[in-house]
Design a protein. Sequence first.
Length: 370
Amino acid sequence: MQSRQNSKPYDILIVGAGLFGSVVAYRAVKAGKRVKVIDRRGHTGGNLHCVDIDGVAVHRYGPHIFHTSDTDVWQWVNSIVEFVPYINSPVAFYRGKIYNLPFNMNTFVQLWGVTTPEQAEAKIAEQRAECGIGTPQNLEQQAISLVGTDIYNTLIKGYTEKQWGRRCADLPADIIRRLPVRFTYNNNYFNDTYQGIPRGGYNAFIEKLLEGAEVELNSDFFDRREYFESLASKIVYTGEIDRYFDYRFGALEYRTLRFEDERIEKSNYQGVAVMNFTDTTPDYTRIIEHRHFDRSCTAAHTIITREYPAEWSAGSEPYYPIADSRNSALAEKYRTLAAQCSNVIFGGRLAEYRYYDMHHIVKRALEVEL
Ligand code: UDP
């Protein structure tokens, strides 16, 4: 019964109204705590935020499809709002031709004209052997080991180097292990058991999570740090971990994204929600056609968004932590400091500097001891 004896106005201050902060807020409110959530942006939901453009729900900060194999996590998010099943099946565009993703029999047929899994496996084995790779040391070697040089050159190299702004040989192998490789005709981008998008969109989901919490937008924790810290004895911090510690060991690097929308007066532009552009040109990595995420969309027009990755600089939004050796080592030092702050919970992509998916975030937020 700590809360009522606590002289501070709130039991918990949550810095950041993204997915981690919102799930923790929901649990804390349910547990009877007085919760304040602040966010530096003018909206809640972090990068899940959607905007309605004349009847088309636009995923403002890139496409989000919730996927998990954890039944507890799936049931929990569905207890907040129903998630409508959705199978993500992006395609890749390379030099005028379309290929299926993730790498599967459809892709192998399109690329090599093979007709059996054995032929595809033999092709990959032959290309792997030509490169003489032992244990893969970086993303390039890992990709060639998994799918051979043809797929690496056609569907991975250009896209990855645009996305990360670094050579594949300088990136860690595990980034590419996120993608399934299958010898079946299956274009489902994820291997997970459950996959969906909240009915009514992500904003409705986040609104539900934040019910009962006091939310203050356009408030940067660092503008009035002492004041905010005085509001509650427990803080949940979801911003950049290096900033929390005043960049004591140096700044971490992030990738950011720039989005360029276009309205087109037809109801179907590219026939799929996500098209990846895997050559070095154009500069964008993908075009999102948002209406395909939502079968209930009846608009006569469509909205497409071109996504341009760039190196993060002050003033832009940090999206992706960079898992190269310098940043990984630096992040570890900050995480060690964070573990010593007993009244602060660090959670989410930015505060843990980890390349989490949404289901990881929910799971961690459900495990946090309040
Ligand atoms: N990737 C690729 N070609 C593609 C899609 C992805 O080479 O057409 C690589 C790229 O290196 C990317 C990684 O696979 O960083 C993981 O992709 P994923 O779609 O999981 O990234 P997300 O955008 O979801 O974080």
